[in-house]
Design a protein around this ligand. Structure first.
Ligand SMILES: Cc1cc2nc3c(=O)[nH]c(=O)nc-3n(C[C@H](O)[C@H](O)[C@H](O)COP(=O)(O)OP(=O)(O)OC[C@H]3O[C@@H](n4cnc5c(N)ncnc54)[C@H](O)[C@@H]3O)c2cc1C
Length: 815
């Protein structure tokens, strides 16, 4: 280190792997930020130097595919910009299918790729063989080819990014370890290092598998687990050409790429080996683990079947490098909910080279703006919770995710490890009634109830799964009689204080400053007018509000509200999720049942839609919120968690005469699709405005009340929409919609489905998705088009539906 370490900087990036270097490069280049990168050892000495270097782009999320596409675009030009070689070549990527189910998955992936503007072609086994002549194809059903995928030299590309960062003014210091983070009033104020202290405004933790330890220096949880990952490198093999595409063979759990005339072969064992459970050893730089041929043998056996020429090839090395993996297989990005201005970019699950360019780009935007630049929910650090501070739980779930890296990604698939964790008091009662549970943010939730003679366990399928008929019965119970849903996992907050109303008025797009007893559905918008949160706000006192949001959005929504309470106001947010249980009683008989279970007046005059009132059931005080997510008359009943058993029993007793039924989350999905209610994270995200989503009616633009995102919302209302959320139906019951199917208007792709499912009452497949058009989308544009959907690479007829499919009339819901 020749230059002395400065004592001050705007932004400090910790870690000189590909992610830190890319973030520093984008901060310096795109934002002209005053940025310092600190690396404990030498650049690339962590996981980066030993990566295999495959760069694939396809992911299940549009945003993350966009992030990976950007990586490829950057790698196309980086060498020209910096003059440093990157080893990047666009040799394409092959993906094989050895059975019908995998072939269906690949066809669905190809449609997803088409939705997201990524080229992906289906090939016959012979066509695949022509691209990869050394491969045995007798067991193949087909293959897919992504011509823009490629491979790079991980160390070279990182050095090139570092040079680019320096060229744009970033300063990089090697041999400097960050040993402490200073936090003042909940905000980053500086870092301590082995070479002195630096005062700074923002810190970006890109410390790879050390990110967990670095996070702890600031009290931030970064849930990841190091796992051993091995690949073999062979001596040159005749017939391996430099332009050989990368190859993924998920049924055999292995991948290949060309390297100096030989092959690199690695894979994902179903029994992964975790590493560094008690912390990463001191001085682990440019270090590898001992090779483990015994463990690798299972992959080797598979590889020999696919590429028989391997049997005669000399082995140059078996590389065993640790890499950080996460509980859901996605990386971790964004501002930590615990500390303002502390950002994380870590946990790259063995696709950090592929993600590097794009992740650094969006992370730099996020650091500078303080808001995510687009919908990044699937990688957002706020998708985790307190649960993820439990290292043992994180390890179990992470090893499961690693083992499933190449296994079939079934629609509706649930994790199995680390369960049960959080249980509603009704868990045993519902289990005894054949509930089949799923897990969300640690909570066990009834997904569906098996009927007599059915096993209460999921059998996954790309067709209609085993729960299809049972869910239909629960759906019909809600539409025709009444259904009772245990929704205790809802995230619940209280905002209290003299200025609680003022604080929430600023954060909420709808008018929540209404009398005690009111209940308001609202979005919370970012400064671009995108939807950050979608929730309900009940006023429980002049100075207190009760807020209910989705189970998975607990940390995200809590952090958003807390961070946006205007400084100086007397308003405090408390997370009370585990203190309160929720039963949703929905259906035309809901009032009769509730009236039989309590003595309170539940008539429409006494308990109108959009209000809440306290009622007494089985001697317990219950908040009865008159609202619905299924399109029926009903109440969400919120109560102290200890009351759940008695209230459930009382409602079931009272409901018996009315045909009440238990129901689970999978029927909620079908019911809400019929009614056209939106789901945050799918239909509505930080990239969508309420006007594009058909929720403009819930934005208080007709009032003069200022609120976060108001200017952007006004602008969105006044200009032609570039996209609109629309409903489509496919009558053919043989077709299954899962979301991400391509929407075609007059034969041209105009968007993709954000949600898809079956509507049991309307008897048709339902899909929601945004129709996009540069020249604007309006009613005339929508109605003048002829629509099809691409489903698993087949075009199917569909109908555009201008209105929600199921509308019993507000008289019934509100009556
Ligand atoms: C065997 C193997 C094969 C792989 N193959 C591929 C592949 O084909 N394609 C692909 O896309 N990805 C692949 N990967 C994954 C890829 O290597 C990683 O995702 C990527 O390198 C992660 O980069 P990073 O910058 O997050 O972490 P790292 O490269 O580990 O960088 C983190 C840096 O932070 C530094 N640091 C830690 N603590 C401190 C501190 N307190 N102060 C200062 N500095 C600190 C470390 O020294 C380190 O250099 C593979 C990984 C392995 C193990």
């Amino acid at each position: 280190m020749s230059e002395t370490l400065p004592t001050q900087a705007q932004i400090v990036v910790i870690g000189g792997g590909i992610i830190g270097c890319s973030t520093a490069y984008h901060l310096a280049k795109n934002h002209k930020a005053d940025v310092i990168l600190l690396e404990r050892g030498k650049l690339t000495c962590g996981s980066t130097f030993h990566a295999a270097g495959l760069v694939g782009q396809l992911r299940g999320s549009a945003s993350i595919t966009r992030v990976l596409k950007y990586s490829v675009e950057l790698y196309d030009t980086l060498e020209r910009e910096t003059g440093l070689a990157t080893g990047w070549k666009r040799n394409g990527g092959l993906r094989l299918a050895c059975n019908e189910e995998r072939w269906t998955e690949i066809k669905r992936q190809a449609t997803t790729a088409h939705s997201f503007g990524l080229e992906m072609h289906l090939l016959t086994p012979l066509e695949a063989h022509a691209l990869w002549p050394l491969m045995e194809v007798s067991d193949l059903i087909g293959a897919a080819f992504l011509p823009t995928d490629g491979q790079a030299n991980p160390s070279d590309i990182t050095q090139s990014l570092a040079k680019g960062a320096r060229m744009h003014g970033a300063r990089i210091f090697e041999g400097v370890t960050v040993t402490g983070i200073t936090v003042v009033d909940g905000r980053v104020a500086g870092v301590s290092t082995t070479a002195g202290d630096i005062a700074c405004e923002k810190v970006v933790n890109c410390a790879g598998q050390w990110a967990k330890e670095v996070g702890r220096l600031a009290g931030v949880s970064v849930p990841l687990q190091s796992v051993q990952h091995q690949y073999m490198v062979t001596e040159p093999i005749a017939g391996v050409m430099p332009d050989l595409p990368t190859l993924r063979d998920p049924d055999r759990l292995i991948y290949f790429k060309e390297e100096v005339g030989g092959l690199v072969m690695g894979g994902y064992e179903p029994d992964p080996i975790p590493w560094a459970m008690d912390g990463i050893p001191e001085g682990f730089e440019f270090s590898l683990l001992e090779d483990n041929w015994d463990h690798f043998e299972q992959l080797m056996e598979q590889a020999l079947v696919r590429v028989p020429a391997l049997s005669g090839a000399g082995v140059k090395a078996l590389t065993n490098g640790p890499e950080s993996f996460t509980p859901d297989g996605n990386f971790i990005l964004g501002e930590a909910p615990e500390v303002r201005n502390f950002f994380v970019g870590a946990g790259f699950n063995a696709f950090g080279i592929a993600s590097g360019g794009g992740a650094g780009n969006v992370l730099a935007d996020w650091v500078v703006a303080g808001e995510q630049p687009m919908d990044l929910w699937v990688v957002d650090i706020r998708r985790f919770s307190q649960l993820h501070r439990d290292d043992g739980w994180v390890r179990a779930r992470t090893l499961e995710a690693y083992g499933k890296h190449y296994t079939m990604a079934w629609p509706g698939e649930e994790h199995e490890s680390g369960r049960p964790r959080l249980k509603s008091p009704l868990y045993d009662r519902l289990r005894a009634q054949r509930a089949c549970f799923g897990s969300k943010l640690g909570w066990e939730r009834p997904n569906w109830f098996a009927r007599d003679g059915e096993a209460a366990c999921d059998v996954y399928s790309f067709g209609r799964p085993n729960w299809f008929e049972a869910v239909g019965e629960e759906h019909r119970a809600a539409r025709e009689r009444a259904a009772l849903f245990d929704q205790s996992s809802f995230a619940k907050f209280e905002v209290t204080g003299r200025d609680a109303a003022a604080a929430l008025s600023w954060i909420c797009a709808n008018d929540i400053d209404r009398p005690v007893g009111s209940l308001v559905y609202t979005q919370m918008l970012n400064s671009r007018g995108g939807i950050e949160c979608d929730l309900t706000v009940a006023r429980i006192a002049d100075d207190a509000f009760y807020i209910v949001t989705g189970t998975g959005f607990r940390t995200h929504d809590g952090a958003w509200i807390r961070q946006n309470i205007t400084a100086g106001l007397d308003a405090v947010l408390d997370d009370i999720t585990e203190d309160w249980g929720t039963l949703a009683l929905m259906g035309p008989r809901a009032r009769d049942i509730l009236a039989a279970a309590c003595a309170d007046d539940l008539s429409n005059d006494a308990a109108p839609f959009g209000t809440w009132k306290p009622v007494a059931i089985a001697g317990h005080s219950v908040r009865a919120l008159r609202i619905t997510y299924v399109g029926e008359l009903g109440w969400e009943l919120h109560m102290p968690i200890g009351a759940m058993g008695a209230v459930y029993d009382a409602l079931m007793d009272a409901g018996h005469a009315h045909g009440i039924a238990n129901a689970g989350y999978r029927s909620i999905e079908s019911l809400r699709l019929e009614k056209g209610y939106r789901a945050w994270g799918a239909d509505i995200t930080p990239s969508d405005s309420p006007f594009e989503a058909g929720l403009g009616w819930a934005v208080k633009l007709t009032s003069n009340i200022p609120f976060l995102g108001r200017e952007a919302a006004l602008d969105a209302r006044n200009r032609p929409a570039a996209k609109l959320l629309c409903c489509f139906t496919v009558d053919d019951p043989a077709i299954v919609l899962n979301g991400r199917e391509t929407i075609l208007r007059d034969g041209e792709p105009v968007g993709w489905l954000t949600s898809g499912g079956w509507g049991y009452t309307v008897g048709t497949n339902i899909g929601y998705g945004y129709v996009r058009n540069g020249g604007g989308v309006d009613k005339a544009y929508l109605e003048s088009g002829a629509y099809e959907l691409e489903v698993a690479c087949e075009r199917v007829a569909c109908r555009y539906q201008p209105r929600p499919l199921y509308d019993p009339g507000m008289a019934r819901i509100k009556g």
